[in-house]
Each structure stands twice: as structure tokens, then as C-alpha cells.
Design a protein around this ligand. Structure first.
Ligand SMILES: [Zn+2]
Length: 320
């Protein structure tokens, strides 16, 4: 069914409101016919046939509508007054969506390509059903390592599993650019390509370079809390990098009960936690007893890693 625009100010338009009932009905019918005929009315004979009216009656009514200023004489016949200005031919939702998608695709934000189900499944499965960057297991999407707009293909080797949040941060960056800008946390799983590539990759990695947020948090939290904290940070759009996870683990460790601190942080929607924030909420008795040895060890490790130019650091001096 085709629709046309009707101006709501017709209710205030004297030209319209002064029409008698029959002529008003005819005028609306004429608009429908104009819409069906691309904005210009067909012959009086055709109109008479369409409206089951005598031709002379049609002719007389059209004259009256012209006299009322509701029909204009145009080059190819008669047209409703201002029809072309009021009707935007291309302005239907399908066209708008198409334009929107084209614009997004042109800016590299969205692909017009939809992955076949099998391919999506294949890639998700290969990547262990988790985001290759942050390990999130929810809201997974397919990402082109090299974006389509930059020549990337739909080959599985160019596809990876990425959560919506990481996907949004990656935008039109290539995988390599994204990783080297340190927007990411967890480095890729070991490549499963050639042996030489595997060896090279091992050689490039410092011992702690592949620690994940999960690894860091599980030093101080139980499994359940570790998972909950990672998911919480995803939810609040602050996905953890390995470095941030290490800092956060330190914060938890400084609290009397790290697991309780994690629960409190999540319950309050906080991004992090400090022992003093918990004081009024702490339900457990007992003096705060931060694990001083642990904090010291973490601080030393962080300091060491700051000087290491690995994939988790914002560096440009990656040996290549
Ligand atoms: Zn992610």
C-alpha cells in the first residue's frame, strides 16, 4: 500500500474548510488518485471511471477545485496544489534506512554484509565463544580484523569474535592498530597458523604479557566474583584491560574482604573500590587488614611492567 502526506493544517485552511461535503470528499479522492499517478491527475474520463462518477460531474468539480486554489494547472495536466513540495517521493522508511546504512558503511561503522549463520558459528566456536580482546562471553559480534572499508575480506581468517563494547571502541581500526593503541586488554590467543609464526609470537611475548583480566582478578577474588567483576565492567562500558584489572585487584586486596568489596562495587555500580568507601557499608566486624605483602608485590610487578614495552602497553616501539 502506498501512502501520501496530508498536511494537518488543512483543518485551518479556509480553502479546504469552505468546500461543501461532496467537494471535500472529491478533493480527498483526487489526492489519492494523484498519489497513484505520480502527482499529476489522469484524464477526466479516467477519473470518472475510477470514482464511478459521470464525466460531466467530474469536469465541473475539478473546475471548482481549481477555483478554490486546491488544484493547479501544470505542464502535464492538473496537480494538487503544492503536491511536489508536500510529497517527498523518496522519503519512506526503507529509503531512509538504506541511506543511513550506506552512510554508516561509508564511515566504516557498519557493514552492509550479514554473515551467514554457519560462518558466524564457525568463528565464534574457533574463538571459544568469547571476545578475543576482553574475554566477555555476552553480546558477541563478528568483527573484521581489517575492516571491509579498508579492504578486509569476509574470509574466516579476517574475522574474529568481539563483544559489542570492544567492537564499538575498535571502530574502523585494524586489529593491529587497535592492539597497539592499547585500547585492548587481552592479547590474542596463540595463532594457530604455521609453526614459525607460533615461535615468533612466543618470542615476542614477555612472560606476563598474556595475562588476562581474569588472571589478575582471580589472584584476589574467587571465581564467581572474578567473572562477576569482568561482566560488571562490561555492563558499565568500562571493560577491563589486563593492566586495569591488576590495579583493580590491588584495590580489592587493600580491602578487608576482597570478595565483599567486589560485591559492594558491583551493587553500587562503581568502576572501582576503595577501602574507605566500604567503611559505612561494611557489615563484617574486624579491623581493616590489608594484605600488605600482596599490595607490595603487586606494586613491584606493575612498576616492572610499566618499563616493559609489550602489547598491553601503549607503545609505538614494538619490534617488528
Ligand atoms: Zn570485548
Amino acid at each position: 500500500m502506498r501512502w501520501f502526506r496530508f498536511y494537518d493544517d488543512a483543518v485551518n485552511d479556509p480553502k479546504v474548510q469552505l468546500l461543501n461535503g461532496n467537494l471535500f470528499k472529491l478533493w480527498v479522492n483526487i489526492l489519492c488518485i494523484a498519489s497513484k499517478c505520480g502527482g499529476v491527475l489522469p484524464t477526466e474520463t479516467d477519473i470518472a471511471f475510477m470514482l464511478r462518477m459521470p464525466e460531466n460531474k467530474v469536469r465541473q468539480s475539478l473546475e471548482e477545485l481549481i477555483a478554490s486554489g486546491l488544484l493547479d494547472k501544470v505542464k502535464s495536466g492538473l496537480a494538487p496544489h503544492n503536491w511536489n513540495q508536500r510529497q517527498f517521493v523518496s522519503d519512506n522508511s526503507a529509503e531512509r534506512v538504506k541511506r543511513h546504512r550506506a552512510k554508516r558503511a561509508a564511515s566504516g561503522l557498519q557493514s552492509q554484509w550479514t554473515a551467514p549463520k554457519d560462518l558466524r558459528w564457525e568463528v565464534y566456536k574457533r574463538d571459544g565463544f568469547e571476545c578475543v580482546y576482553c574475554g566477555a562471553e555476552d553480546e558477541l559480534s563478528l568483527d573484521h580484523k581489517t575492516p571491509e572499508m579498508r579492504g578486509g575480506t569476509h574470509d574466516p581468517s579476517n574475522l574474529q569474535t568481539v563483544c559489542r563494547s570492544c567492537n564499538a571502541s575498535k571502530r574502523d581500526l585494524t586489529h593491529e592498530e587497535f592492539v597497539s593503541r592499547n585500547v585492548t586488554s587481552r592479547f590474542l590467543k596463540p595463532p594457530q597458523n604455521t609453526e614459525s609464526e607460533q615461535n615468533q609470537s612466543k618470542a615476542e611475548e614477555a612472560p606476563s604479557a598474556r595475562r588476562t583480566p581474569r588472571d589478575e582478578l582471580s589472584l584476589v577474588l574467587d571465581d564467581e566474583r572474578t567473572k562477576a567483576v569482568i561482566e560488571h565492567r562490561q555492563r558499565i562500558r568500562k571493560p577491563l584491560t589486563a593492566y586495569a584489572a591488576k590495579q583493580l585487584a590491588k584495590q580489592f586486596a587493600a580491602c578487608p574482604d576482597p570478595n565483599l568489596a567486589a560485591d559492594t562495587m558491583i551493587a553500587n555500580g562503581w568502576q572501582g573500590v576503595k577501602p574507605e568507601w566500604l567503611e559505612s557499608r561494611q557489615t563484617r566486624a574486624g579491623p581493616p587488614a590489608p594484605n600488605a605483602a600482596f599490595v607490595k608485590r603487586m606494586e613491584e610487578q606493575v612498576a616492572r611492567e610499566r618499563s616493559y614495552s609489550g602489547p598491553d602497553q601503549a607503545v609505538s616501539a614494538k619490534p617488528d
